[in-house]
Ligand binder design. Structure first.
Ligand code: MRU
Length: 349
């Protein structure tokens, strides 16, 4: 698989511009940390694990810049960290990556050496995500039965991560092992990550699928056409409540009503034990133009008031299982998630 959402090359962060897909494959070379923050805000790079890694590189770039100044290295880095965290508030991976880098600062080292240490840590975050994708995808795929028809939402693939993806990684691994799965992809309004990005990835992999309007999911599930729903996550609270792309909660309610297993797939970096429940997860509200316009073309009358929460929270009680790189968490999630997050070295898969 040659697709990379982000990569560090020749002293710059390369980002595959996801706002251009599927029509144009354009790689941006970002040399300044503020450019990276802007790319995260504008969703040129998106998906919780990918923005975590991009945020880490943003802070490493900020540290490099700060190291060239005469004074206040640490204060400059802390200020950049605050701005990076704010770029997208729901995905905990961004906060987690920034905190992890800040912990690498060592007052005994000079600023340049600290900046290089931060860059090395950013590389490690990217590599670890790749491996976490592989593990959770194989773990999840092992439980998929031959011929399953699986519904998914948004984009949780290579574009959203450093590796093969999370929910989409499971679908990739199940397809690769000859399970003969069929995928249903919700288009994912307002910015159409399902239609633009997941369809693009599935076509490239030759995985059989249909794209459907978000509103068609209930009808499909009601007719018995879905054996399992698998989605990703932006933040998993300690009690197992999951923040993910708007529409996830709707799919969870539908799944419960019709007795369809509802899985969440995420690396352990998305589990936030410091957030007790979904009620404490900050939900990002985005630009109304994402709803009033499609591909830059207005579809609502000018002046239309809009609600545009980018994420919703699915209560743990609606989730059948949470697939992580260290194993599959089952209810009660307080116990199972804590155990998996604290596993030092996950099982070999
Ligand atoms: O707004 P986005 O496109 O960044 O939202 C992405 C999602 O909701 C994904 O499901 C989640 O980040 C997991 S990606 C592996």
């Amino acid at each position: 698989m040659s697709l990379h959402s982000i990569a560090w090359r020749q002293d710059a962060l390369e980002v595959l511009d996801q706002t251009r897909l599927p029509h144009e494959v354009r790689v941006l070379r970002l040399r300044g940390w503020r450019e990276v923050v802007q790319a995260i805000r504008e969703m040129r790079v998106r998906g919780a694990p990918a923005i975590g890694a991009a945020g880490a590189y943003a802070l490493a770039l900020a540290a490099r810049e700060a190291a060239e100044e005469a004074d206040a290295f640490e204060a400059r880095v802390q200020q950049a960290a605050e701005e990076i965290r704010r770029a997208r508030p729901t995905a905990v991976n961004l906060h987690w990556a920034v905190e992890r880098l800040l912990r690498c600062l060592d007052p005994r080292r000079d600023p340049r050496a600290n900046a290089e240490a931060l860059l090395r840590e950013a590389h490690r975050i990217l590599e670890e995500d790749l491996e976490a994708n592989r593990r959770l995808s194989l773990l999840g795929a092992a439980h998929i039965r031959p011929g399953e028809r699986i519904l998914t939402l948004c984009n949780t693939g290579a574009l959203a991560t450093a590796g093969i993806g999370t929910a989409l990684g499971i679908l990739r691994a199940a397809h690769a092992s000859g399970k003969g799965i069929h995928v249903y992809v919700c288009e994912t309004r307002p910015v159409l990550q399902g239609a633009r990005l997941t369809a693009w990835e599935l076509l490239q992999e030759g995985i059989p699928f249909h794209l459907l309007p978000d509103a068609a999911a209930g009808w499909l599930i009601a007719r018995g056409m879905v054996d399992r729903v698998i989605v990703g996550a932006d933040r998993i609270a300690a009690n197992g409540d999951v923040a993910n792309k708007i529409g996830t909660y709707t799919l969870a309610v539908l799944s419960r009503h019709h007795g369809v297993p509802f899985w969440v797939a995420a690396p352990r970096t998305t589990v936030d034990l410091a957030t007790p429940s979904g009620a404490a997860i900050p939900i990002e509200s985005r630009d109304p133009r994402e709803v009033t316009h499609v591909g830059g073309i207005p579809v609502a009358p000018e002046g239309t008031p809009v609600l545009n929460d980018a994420f919703d929270v699915t209560p743990a009680k609606l989730i059948t299982a949470i697939v992580t790189d260290a194993g599959i968490a089952l209810p009660p999630y307080e116990e199972s998630l804590r155990r998996l997050v604290q596993t030092p070295k996950p099982l070999e898969v």
